[in-house]
Design a protein around this ligand. Structure first.
Ligand SMILES: [Zn+2]
Length: 426
């Protein structure tokens, strides 16, 4: 009998003994606060790497059902880039796999219907799984039926059913990855295709994107590891695309492994091999060991910059309040004395406070009236889009700042081209 519980890998059940990164205690990243007079719960955000299957993972300390409650404020349709990405995704899938009026499309993590609406428009029969009530109600308004959690038990009600099962940024959120992939296999037709997108661990490490880590994000995959998980459950990943979303994501395509020859006809082996060779070293613990030091440097550089600007009497405000903003600000210990507010376009976030840091979320008019010297782009994965949208800050000679992968400040004259020049850290 001991006080320290052994932690096991959620895929292969090996004991987890290698810490990858410790980001301290963090509240659920999308649980925005309406007032600051109530206590807030935080959870340890420590990731481990398994020395058997190399799945990077955060042990579950909060039940998913607690996370996706009424005040969960993430609505996919709020981001124009999300919606256009969804349309492209739907067009591509329909073309490649010949989906149309006879086809059944099942999406896991269907949110407010931002993706399924495009399949519906093409006449597909659509079904969503979405545990958060608010977004699910929005989807229903668009005529998209939404069930709650996707599990292997839920999949049993729809066996051999779907021509396409898809999930964008959903597989990483599954505390029980084995049950989830098993459910996908159950619900997929014998010749159906399952397509998932998620941040590519290789790019997360290369780009020092530690803010991809948050409490609801349990697993971080390389192609090597996700292939092993799928094959164990009878699904063969026969193709993979590297896509730019979230600082570098993978889109994987899987089918029943019993139909191996059918999938091999797609002839994507060379493409898969290229990604596998770029992942060279990811089956060795050394690959994972330097991450924490680089992350610590980002923290020191950003906090030093903010303190220096404060001393100089210059204002820095944040732009974008995605989940990654919470991780960055909480890990760095940044509060409203150094960053008085952040701006976001989502009406569900404006007027509230960021979890943990308690920095207020304001609308864009507030940015225009304050005219800060610097705008720190927290949603750095959308920085080109944001720099275009906020190009008017040049009118008062303000500059953009990005903290990841290293502290950088834009020069006005190259803004339009999206270049970012390195700042000499003071
Ligand atoms: Zn493992």
């Amino acid at each position: 009998m001991g006080y320290i519980t052994e932690i096991k890998c959620r895929f292969c059940n090996a004991e987890l003994t290698h810490e990858f990164i410790d980001l301290g205690y963090q509240p659920p990243s999308n649980s925005f606060l309406s007032n600051l007079n109530e206590p807030e719960t935080t959870y340890p955000l420590k990731a481990y790497v398994c020395d058997q299957c190399f799945l990077v993972q955060v042990p579950e300390s909060k039940k998913a059902s607690e996370i996706f409650k009424d005040d969960y404020v993430y609505f996919s349709s709020q981001s124009p880039s999300n919606v256009s990405h969804a349309k492209e995704f739907a067009d591509k899938m329909c073309e490649r796999f010949g989906l149309g009026t006879e086809s059944k499309v099942l999406e896991i993590g269907s949110n407010d219907g931002y993706l399924l609406q495009w399949f519906k428009e093409r006449g597909c029969d659509v079904l969503g799984f979405e545990p958060a009530d608010g977004p699910a109600e929005e989807a229903e308004k668009k005529g998209i039926k939404s069930l709650s959690f996707f599990t292997s038990t839920a999949a049993m009600s729809h066996p051999d059913n779907a021509d396409l099962i898809c999930g964008i940024n959903v597989i990483a959120h599954q505390p029980d990855i084995n049950d989830f992939v098993k459910g996908v296999r159950i619900a997929l037709k014998p010749d159906g295709v399952a397509v998932f997108e998620f941040p590519h661990l290789m790019r997360t490490i290369e780009g020092c994107q530690f803010d991809q880590f948050y409490a609801e994000h349990f697993s971080y995959f390389s192609l090597m590891t996700v292939s092993a998980i799928f094959i164990q459950h009878g699904l063969l990943i026969f193709d993979a695309d590297e896509i730019p979303e979230h600082g570098g994501s993978l889109r994987i395509y899987a089918g029943h492994s019993m139909n191996r020859n059918h999938w091999l006809h797609f002839d994507c082996r060379n493409k898969m091999d290229r990604i596998n060779s770029r992942e060279y070293g990811m089956d060795n613990l050394n690959y994972y060991s330097g991450f924490r030091y680089k992350v610590n440097k980002i923290k020191t550089d950003l906090v030093s910059f903010l303190i220096e600007q404060k001393k100089l009497g210059k204002a820095v405000v944040g732009y974008g309040a995605p989940a990654k903003a919470s991780t960055l600000l909480n890990y760095c210990g940044i509060r409203s004395d150094l960053l008085p507010f952040v701006v976001d376009r989502s009406p569900y976030k404006v007027g509230k406070y960021l979890p943990g840091s308690h920095i207020s979320v304001r609308d864009e008019d507030h940015l225009k009236s304050i005219k800060p010297e610097y705008v720190l782009i927290l949603a750095w994965n959308l920085k080109e889009e944001i720099m275009k949208q906020l190009s008017y800050i040049r009118d008062w000679n303000a500059k953009f700042v990005v903290a990841i992968p290293e502290l950088t400040v834009t020069k006005d004259e190259v803004l339009a081209m999206g270049f970012v020049m390195k700042l000499e850290v003071i």
